[in-house]
Design a protein around this ligand. Sequence first.
Ligand code: FA5
Length: 346
Amino acid sequence: MQEKLENLQTEALKKIQNSKDLNELKNHEIFYLGKKGKLTEILHGLKDLPNDQRPTIGKFSNVIKKNLEEAFVQKEKMLENEMILKELEEDSIDISAPGAKYNIGHAHPLATTQYEVENIFHGMGFEVADGPEVEVEKFNFDDLNMPATHPARDMQDTFFIDKKADLKLGRLVLRTQTSPVQIRTMLKYGAPLRIIVPGRVFRNEALDACHEHTFDQVEGLMIDKNISLAHLKGVMAEFLSKLFQREIKVRFRPGYFPFVEPGLELDMSCMICDGAGCKTCKKSGWVEFMGAGMVHPNVLRAGGINPDEYQGWAFGFGLTRLVMMRYGIDDIRMLSGGDLRFTEQF
Ligand code: FA5
């Protein structure tokens, strides 16, 4: 009997040692120590042993049972630790591995050009000013010499906010131009002034390849004593030459905007053919660039500036159209379409 028990112990210890996982170990435990296990069976048979053998064998069986129980517990702990180590290894970070590459994208061509415009004007002593996209009617129209009855309002048909008009400021409107920031800045800082205002504007337009309902403009305003259109010509020739990195000439043509007097259109020499005449400039050598003029005395007054003391000029160009010209984009809608195949080209 003793030998039988010893053999059982040797066999069981070997199986315990060779167990590869907790499942296998549990099966062995049931096989030897379970209710119907091999050792349990032997222990039940003790009562049939002769009286003189029973105490010794009984004691021996209990020692073996204890040995096996301990061996099972120990192996269980070992297997559990191995499992934890394995999980940790799988989770661990290899600090020498190359980092994961994030696709962070890049600035939109409109933004890139805006930053460049700001930089060039900054270099000429201009500050960058800002104003709200939802503007009051008074600043967007009335103070710019465009009362409600003025026909020029038709050229900038827009979106009004459905809210009761303020007696002094009028209705709320999605600004149709960056020009209302002229009034805001004059009221806030007075003269002298040298600012540019890049910003988004909105118009109720019939959309096509050159017209969007939402586009960007850049306003310019220079107010001081003895300012003339010669300064505007110099500033714009310098700005465009820097932006296009070649000598650009500018010319004035008469133009009409209610908030300037005299008003003018500024053309730039064609950057494709350098003025020789090509498809882009329709063989004229010149490309229309922006509206401008000497700030109307009424506008200066609305901004709290005395027109007998100060004068200056203002301009406004379409940043969106400038970007189209710069990169040869022939449909304005591409710029706000959100198609990554388009934006990733820049
Ligand atoms: C104005 O908005 C005047 N505020 C400009 C100005 C400022 C004149 C200061 C005098 C003094 P205009 O409506 O022409 O002007 O618009 C200016 C530029 O915005 C245009 O030359 C054009 O480049 C751009 N633009 C106008 N409408 C659209 C449109 N629907 N989509 C894209 N660009 C447009």
